[in-house]
Design a protein around this ligand. Structure first.
Ligand code: ZN
Length: 138
């Protein structure tokens, strides 16, 4: 049996295209063809109007920090080896809010509203997760 890793996402049918794209270094969102709303996380219907006509589109990968938290203590492996790390809610330019780890960031430069861009971190052969880092130089 594979060792359980608490940092790995559960990949369900709905979100499979999201994870496949992440392995290729692309961040996907869902867009409703009826009302135009963009959403994350993936669902089989539009969270705004309940339409089932949602399609995938590639996100710009740009966003701004809505809120963040510096985690200093986490006894669960593999997080224990990573502290401190930064967890943030990022508002993507397209609208949806996504919970991610912020990387390559000095805690002293953290700020609500800071511009960030997507990057990708390979956790295993199968799983690559989107993370965000500060957008520098425009
Ligand atoms: Zn809709």
């Amino acid at each position: 049996m594979a060792e359980h890793r608490s940092d790995l996402p559960t990949i369900e049918a709905e979100s499979q295209p999201f994870w496949e794209a992440a392995r290729e270094g692309r961040l996907l969102l869902q867009r409703c063809e009826d009302c135009g709303a963009a959403q994350h996380y993936p669902r089989p219907f539009c969270a705004s109007c309940w339409s089932e006509r949602v399609r995938w589109e590639e996100a710009s990968g740009k966003g701004r920090v809505y809120t963040y938290s510096v985690v200093h203590v986490n006894d669960l492996p593999p997080f224990a080896a990573r502290v401190p790390y930064v967890v943030a809610a990022v508002d993507l330019d397209e609208g949806p809010r996504i919970m991610v780890n912020l990387v390559d960031v000095d805690p002293s430069e953290l700020a609500v509203g800071m511009a960030v861009v997507v990057a990708f971190e390979q956790l295993t052969e199968e799983v690559t997760v989107p993370v965000f880092r500060p957008a520098r130089g425009g």
